[in-house]
Ligand binder design. Sequence first.
Ligand SMILES: Nc1ncnc2c1ncn2[C@@H]1O[C@H](COP(=O)(O)OP(=O)(O)OP(=O)(O)O)[C@@H](O)[C@H]1O
Length: 608
Amino acid sequence: MRHALRTPAGLAGTALVTLMVVLAVAGPPIWGTEAERIDSAAILQGASAAHPLGTDNLGRDILARVLVAGRLSLTLALLATLIGAVAGTVLGALPSVLPRRAGRLVTGAVNALVAFPGLLLAMFTAVVAGLGARGAVLGIGAAIAPGFARLTQTLAASVSAADYVSAARMLGVPRRLIMTRHVLPNIAEPLILNLAQALGGALLGLAGLSFLGLGVQPPSFDWGRLLFDGFSRIYATPAVALGPAVAVALAGIGFNLLGDALARAASRTAAPMGKTDRRAVPASRELGEPDPEAVLEVRDLTVAFPGGATPVRGVSLTVAPGEIVGLVGESGSGKSLTASAIGGLVPYPGEVTAARLRLCGTDLDGLPEQERRKLLGTSLAMVFQDPMASLNPALRIGGQLAEVATVHRGASRAEARTRAVDRLGHVHIPEPERRAGQHPHELSGGMRQRVVIAMGLMGTPRLIIADEPTTALDVTVQRQILRLLREVTDETGAATLFISHDIAVVGELCHRVVVMYAGRVVEELPVGKLATGAAHPYTRALIASLPDMDTDRSLPLAGIAGHQPSPAEVGAGCAFADRCALATGRCAELPPLVPHGTGHRVACWETS
Ligand SMILES: Nc1ncnc2c1ncn2[C@@H]1O[C@H](COP(=O)(O)OP(=O)(O)OP(=O)(O)O)[C@@H](O)[C@H]1O
């Protein structure tokens, strides 16, 4: 930040803004009397030694008036900017809080206002609100608001994709609270930085309105008003108009330069905001027997996006209490979208359909929205890939954990905090009391992931969905987190859906493995059969590509030739056929997922 302010532009901006602020504070007490002193002997004079910028029609010194007018000009600009910023931020935040239809209406209105010329909007509002300083401030505020609204919407949209916002949504935190607690604090910095630039614009705008006679009215005067008064004499005695014009220009340039420098400094130092990694591709169809014991029961789950892409097609799976099921497949096979669909987190305009989607024996589909959120919030814990993105960087660890208990259990703040500290200890975080008072950036990656797991344990989760929870961690920490997941599953009896592209890790941790390819389940088998009993050519190829003790390290690792088709490319038959050595003409028809021994199912014409 300091570095950016030390650039020539930053220094010039800081100097000009400091000068304007000093002028606003010291101007009226020093030159106030001189600015108001009427001198009938010196009416309408040009520049002279006694009056460097001349005098007005009452013989008042224009230089003194310019120096005094700084206070009113800056105060009005500040007011207009604050009004515009607050109104704009509220407008920009509304779509995230309102129901979808009303939200779209507000977004449409903001878009229309952004397209409307700002000065016309200001003049229109100023005239409607009444001539004078109040009308001008409201007018300029109205002209500034759409820009802030658009900025808020854009920034909020980027933060809304963060995992910690998804987690809060899934926990059933009300939208209003998500906005004020998770989104606004994380977009406050760019919004505040934008204020400096907006202030420069407001100064120019207000001067413009006063110059047009729509702003400050006599006997008050700001720079715009002085410009208005001197303009008719500009050809005879230019100094009378140039004085206020230079003041407006310098102030406007100063605030813009400072705003630019601050924004540049922020963009250089800003930590990346949370991101979600959601790619997609097509999948498989099968209806197993209904399982009343299952914690999670998914039948024929499909996620489609407009334009024909269906990255998840007919996925069916169940997870029993205390069971860890691995959902494995290469990048883009639809694993994360399947998890998002279960958690109700598929982003708009994605459409989720399922013949059955049951959590803890309750049909999620038929449940009213509020109850669904409550059930998901209390029974489902989600652990995402990037723990930093899963935690709100602006909140302390303890506060984030406590939110779960206050939202769902109605716990008092003290109770919620005690439980948060207890849960942190439970996931083996040393000095949990101290850690609870820290922010996410003060913790290591592994510790953050433990915090995310602890957050899941704030409720009494029946299902834990861990989406690539160790991908962002180094190997040693990976092991610790995997051990912790196993421990938590054993202790709580929760069902765990463990998503990974790493079949070796899945083989170590899970009881059962579900293999996805291009949006479908192609094989489901007990982990014991993985090494030698896998039947689908894709599963076998995945296992064959794993290096072992006998692998010749001088040769490149074996891979699977070809690439997985994208959701838009998937045809009617087996999506793996193009890469499969066993493929025959029959593979043009979609193979169903059929039993292949105990607890084993496979979708392949050639091996089933
Ligand atoms: N919001 C979206 N709109 C359109 N397509 C999407 C969207 N989100 C995901 N997809 C598509 O869905 C497919 C599956 O994505 P998904 O994230 O579920 O894959 P994945 O198996 O979890 O991959 P990875 O292991 O890389 O996370 C991708 O090909 C992606 O293009």
